[in-house]
Design a protein around this ligand. Structure first.
Ligand code: ARG
Length: 458
């Protein structure tokens, strides 16, 4: 096959090289963006008098047909044509004849590929933001049902202080909210039109990039032609944001895995979101959560691939940059796949409030409240901490909880204790008393849910 760039070559490309440098196997997913970008480019060329209006019409019609054929599965891409850009251009020339050869006027694949990837990523960012919003809504719906579901809060995975499931879930609503913000922020820098930069140094033709930007829905036009074709910061930023989404998902997954174990028994996974063992008949495994946790590594790897690929690259375009696509696509695919299955898995979780409350009551999660109670009775905090600690030790040696101690037992180690101590260290009361902004008290969480719901509109 003759190459679109074959003029200065005397020999055919070695087939190993064709195979080596071809990106069609993975960049074909950009076909829609490539065609839309080419249509806008052709319209601009005609508007500027660079090609004739009938020529632009013929090109656009040809591209429309190619688009329909690709969507219908009637196109077989060629490895020898290297990438999606030259495959489509070649198909166009085959289809509409010599006028098709005018499409690439005032354009290079270098600005073309940057354009296609940016268009693709803007759409994918929107799709991922929508998935994150769905997840946040699911968490808020679940939280609303569990404002009073007391559970232990942990530090060092040791029971620390009582919180509620709603409060715990809202922590994740915050994390995913920051993920949305990061994506929105990165989208602004993705939303810049690189077309017009040519290979690296712009063009001598009187092009109108602003008109192309308007047709394709770009908010801005690149300021520097060298930067326009060299910049993949937006891909790195996106993948970094994706890596953090995976960090958040994997932390949540780890908790779901723990919580669904017989040792915790805080939740039960729906049958539809768990799997069995080929050998052990009793098993019900949290595979979805484990696999999501495991897939985090892929996305971190994608981020490393992009950073390493760009590091030390001289301006402007270098073929190394073709390696951006598989990493970027993998990050997009992985995050979407995980979010799509994670959200319904969470929505279908069966919560065991009695086990959560039982765990909160054991493990002295009210010891801080006892110390705080003593402080309110005039004991300096360090002393109060000491007295409460001694009481915990006393309980441990007798297999009791704090609330099971008699007033005499309390007073033996903490003389300021009065009858009202029992109310102060009641687990529900411990939660209800934490009314501070961002705290676990049901009233505080109810307000937090309202604020979070209002934030989802943005
Ligand atoms: N397939 C290439 C890529 O993905 C397109 C740009 C190629 N440009 C070039 N001058 N070889 O980066």
């Amino acid at each position: 096959m003759t190459k679109l760039w074959g003029g200065r070559f005397q020999k055919a490309t070695d087939h190993l090289v064709d195979d080596f440098h071809s990106s069609i196997s993975f960049d074909q997913r950009l076909y829609r963006y490539d065609i839309r970008g080419s249509m806008a480019h052709a319209r601009m060329l005609a508007k500027q008098g660079i090609i004739a209006p009938e020529e632009a019409q013929a090109i656009i019609k040809g591209l429309e047909e190619i688009l329909a054929d690709i969507e219908a599965g009637r196109v077989e891409f060629s490895v020898a044509a290297e990438d999606i850009h030259m495959n489509i251009e070649q198909l166009l020339i085959e289809r509409i004849g010599p006028v098709g050869k005018k499409l690439h006027t005032a354009r290079s694949r270098n600005d073309q590929v940057a354009l296609d990837v940016r268009m693709y990523l803007k759409d994918e960012i929107d799709a991922i933001i929508a998935l994150l919003r769905q997840l946040q809504e699911t968490l808020l719906d679940l939280a609303e049902k569990h404002l009073d579901t007391v559970m232990p809060g942990y530090t060092h995975l040791q029971r620390a202080q009582p919180v509620t499931l709603a409060h715990h879930l809202l922590a994740y609503v915050q994390m995913f909210g920051r993920d949305v913000e990061r994506l929105q922020d990165c989208r602004r820098r993705t939303d810049v039109l690189p077309l017009g930069a040519g290979a690296l140094a712009g063009t001598t033709f009187p092009i109108d990039p602003a008109y192309v930007a308007e047709q394709l829905g770009f908010a801005a036009v690149a300021e520097n032609s060298l930067d326009a074709v060299s910049d993949r910061d937006f891909a790195v930023e996106f993948t970094a944001a994706a890596a953090l989404i995976m960090v958040h998902l994997s932390r949540f997954c780890e908790e779901i895995i723990l919580w669904s174990s017989a040792e915790f028994a805080f939740v039960e996974l729906d049958d539809a979101y768990s799997t069995g063992s080929s050998m052990m008949p009793q098993k019900k495994n949290p595979d979805v959560a484990e696999l999501t946790r495991g897939k985090a590594g892929r996305v971190f790897g994608d981020l490393m691939t992009l950073l390493t690929m760009l590091k030390g690259l001289p301006l402007a375009y270098n073929k190394d940059m073709q390696e951006d696509k598989e990493a970027l696509f993998d990050a997009v695919d992985t995050v979407k796949k995980c979010l799509r299955v994670f959200t319904p898995m969470v929505a279908s979780l069966k919560v065991r409030p009695e086990n959560m409350a039982g765990a909160a009551r054991g493990g002295f999660t009210n010891a801080t409240d006892l110390a705080d109670y003593l402080v309110k009775k005039g004991v300096p905090f360090r002393e109060a901490h000491e007295q409460a600690g001694k009481l915990v030790y006393y309980c441990l040696s007798r297999g009791k909880s704090l609330e099971e101690l008699s007033l005499e037992e309390f007073r033996h180690l903490a003389p300021r204790v009065e009858e009202d101590v029992y109310r102060a260290i009641d687990i529900r009361q411990c939660v209800a008393a934490r009314r501070v902004l961002g705290g676990p008290a049901p009233e505080a969480v109810r307000q937090a849910i309202l604020r979070a719901r209002a934030g989802l509109e943005n």
